[in-house]
Design a protein around this ligand. Structure first.
Ligand SMILES: *Cc1c(COP(=O)(O)O)cnc(C)c1O
Length: 380
């Protein structure tokens, strides 16, 4: 089976992990956590980076530090991985779901703007939903599949309406919009190092910010809010969300290889776009000309999604459907969903993700393509 997207352990991972094991520094403290944060911040170009145990935890803390409170609303796209919407609920807030654009599959910023115009109002310093007076505390753009949202539009809207932006850049390490790295467009942005992401620590996450005080608070909150170096005095409710040293060691080794991973993802993307462009009814996710995506997970649309998924998975090519839109999940089905044409549903109905691990060989790429072609050929 050619796997969908698996970690690539081909650098100094063994060496650095062995170092942790040999020295006993496997847990909360150790030099690899600091080194991973430093390397990551340098790459993204953010002054501060704070590591934590996964991307979901990073989003939770980022929202909390950006002032999201119980009963607030946070705006998220209706097509995203569940963690974006879940993290909103951990703060006691509720998501407002905005439909996505039909071609880029990113949050529809015109729809967002129209919603804010029509259904919200200013109350003191706050922006509230007119129907119930609840505050809209933040917008969480998600760079779906490593392609990027129109961050000019999001930034402009957020400024006009006075709402904080928290970027879910979990899939988009290395993606740029107008030459600027993902993660640099909001007060606090989050990344993930889950097993299928472009770099992986098994499980891991990172928050980046240009605000030193926020970075300090993020470290504090993710380490049980211990306020005294000696005494077990904790000055607020904190979380045990830290990234352990042994995983950070893997992260350091992954960052060393990241440039080559990024290059490989782009190469895979070019190959599939070239080879599959005229195959069946396949349509690719559109990339806006201002965007240079990291090409994290190769996904395309076809009317024959179910049959293709079944064919590929039974012919040694692991492939997966897209995420079920948030408004269709039991927890979020009664939340506000803003849409004109329910593009989320249409995209979900037609999308298939295919193998694109950074370790995939040229031969495997050929196999994926020929298997897809034979599916469409056999049918005519
Ligand atoms: C992977 C992912 C997350 C969460 O990351 P974890 O590290 O798995 O907790 C959040 N949002 C999106 C869009 C993701 O793809």
């Amino acid at each position: 089976m050619i796997p969908l997207s698996v970690p690539n352990i081909s650098g100094n991972e063994w060496k650095y992990v062995k170092d942790c094991l040999d020295t006993g520094w496997i847990s909360s403290v150790g030099s690899y956590v600091n080194e991973f944060e430093k390397k990551f911040a340098e790459y993204v170009g953010a002054p501060y980076a704070v590591a934590c145990m996964n991307g979901t935890a990073a989003l939770h803390i980022a929202l909390q530090l950006c002032g999201v409170r119980r009963n607030d609303y946070v705006i998220v796209p209706n097509i995203t991985f569940i963690a974006s919407a879940n993290s909103v609920t951990y703060t006691g807030a509720s998501p407002i779901l905005i439909d996505v654009e039909p071609d880029t599959w990113q949050m529809d910023t015109r729809l967002l703007k129209k919603f804010l115009q029509d259904q919200t109002e200013k109350k003191g310093n706050d922006l509230v939903l007119r129907s119930d007076g609840r505050r809209i505390a933040a917008i969480m753009p998600v760079h779906v599949l490593g392609n990027m949202c129109d961050m000019d539009a999001i930034t402009e809207i957020a400024e006009e309406y006075g709402v904080t932006v928290v970027e879910d850049a979990t899939e988009a390490l290395g993606s740029t919009f107008k030459g600027k790295n993902s993660g640099l467009f909001s007060k606090m942005s989050c990344f993930s190092f889950n097993g299928n992401k472009i770099i992986s620590t098994g499980g891991g996450g990172m928050m980046v910010t240009s605000d030193e005080a926020l970075a300090k608070k993020a470290k504090h909150l993710t380490t049980q809010a211990k306020a005294d170096p000696m005494e077990y005095f904790h000055d607020e409710i904190g979380y045990n969300y830290r990234l352990v040293n042994v995983l950070a060691a893997i992260g350091v080794a992954q960052m060393e290889q990241f440039p080559s991973f990024l290059e490989k993802k782009k190469k895979i993307d070019r190959f599939y776009r070239k080879e599959l462009g005229d195959t069946g009814d396949i349509v690719f996710q559109k990339v806006q000309h201002d965007t240079d995506p990291n090409c994290w997970l190769f996904t395309f649309s076809t009317d024959r999604k179910q049959a293709l998924l079944q064919y590929l998975n039974s012919n040694g090519v692991q492939s997966r459907p897209f995420w079920v839109p948030m408004n269709q999940l039991p927890m979020f089905s009664s939340d506000l969903y803003i849409t004109n044409d329910n593009n989320s549903q249409k995209i979900y109905n037609r999308s298939v993700s295919i193998p694109c691990s950074t370790g995939i060989t040229d031969e495997e790429l050929q196999t994926v393509v020929s298997t897809i072609k034979s599916f469409y050929d056999e049918d005519v």
